[in-house]
Ligand binder design. Structure first.
Ligand code: URA
Length: 244
């Protein structure tokens, strides 16, 4: 991953991209000696710059506004959901190539959890998607050991104590009864650390496999494990539960 856009563009274009002024007005500012590149005043046209250069207009440092990007990844097991890992494990960013923006994962999936993970460089979007008060639904398929009784499933529905925290109401549905395990669809509106696993542990049914299948009204669709793609503007709204 590279974070700075190293592509060189004309100084006046760069200034326009930073929202300083139109290209033509930027040229006037350059001619008037108001623009410095890496500590030197530039008055001639044709200078090429990138995000690696320090550009000041009237002494004020300017920065290029990054385009906001939204990415969905079908996370495989065996990747950490961070930008870097002190233990040297593979991160979800290792799966994403060719994106210049400084993206980061929205929320977290455990190392062994698979499924829908969003990445963005839009802090407002990340906040809205993960803040418990905003109540964006997260849908999981959890394969648990054994066959939970109806009473135990009701406990998950009403809220359980996962160690100093009572979970808020969840939707819980049995999807499949297997010989020694059960697949549950669980929809929660919070994202405490290891929440689904801890909820299921509390009722005595350990999670053996966990996959997130939807965030808000956005589902994984046909995206294969390990693959990613950009979201459309409509899908950004789906992910926030604002569209159906
Ligand atoms: N709940 C969990 O227990 N783990 C995850 O990765 C996501 C939700």
């Amino acid at each position: 991953m590279k974070y700075k856009n190293k592509e060189k563009v004309r100084l006046q274009k760069y200034m326009a991209q930073c929202g300083v002024a139109s290209r033509r007005h930027s040229e006037e500012l350059i001619r008037a000696g108001k623009v410095m590149v890496n500590g030197k005043t530039v008055t001639q046209m044709g200078v090429l710059v990138s995000d690696e250069d320090e550009i000041r207009v009237d002494g004020v440092l300017i920065k290029r506004e990054e385009k906001k990007v939204y990415i969905m990844l079908n996370k495989p097991s065996g990747y950490v959901t961070t930008v870097s890992d002190p233990r040297g494990r593979r991160t979800v960013l290792d799966l994403i190539d060719g994106v210049d923006e400084r993206i980061y994962p929205v929320g977290r999936l455990d190392y062994d959890t698979t499924g829908l993970l969003l990445l963005t460089n839009d802090g407002d979007f990340a906040y809205e998607s993960t803040h418990p008060g905003k109540m964006v639904a997260k849908t999981y398929l959890a394969e648990v050991k054994g066959r939970p009784s109806d009473d135990k499933l009701d406990m998950l529905r009403y809220g359980v104590d996962i160690g100093g925290f009572i979970t808020s109401p969840a939707d819980v549905e049995v999807i499949k009864n297997k010989e020694k395990s059960t697949i549950l669809k669980i929809i929660i509106h919070e994202g405490r650390n290891r929440q689904v696993k801890r909820m299921c542990e509390t009722i005595g049914h350990e999670v053996v496999k966990l996959k997130r299948t939807a965030i808000g009204n956005l589902t994984l669709g046909k995206l294969k494990t390990g693959q990613w793609r950009y979201l459309t503007p409509r899908e950004v709204n789906l992910a926030l539960g604002r569209a159906k």
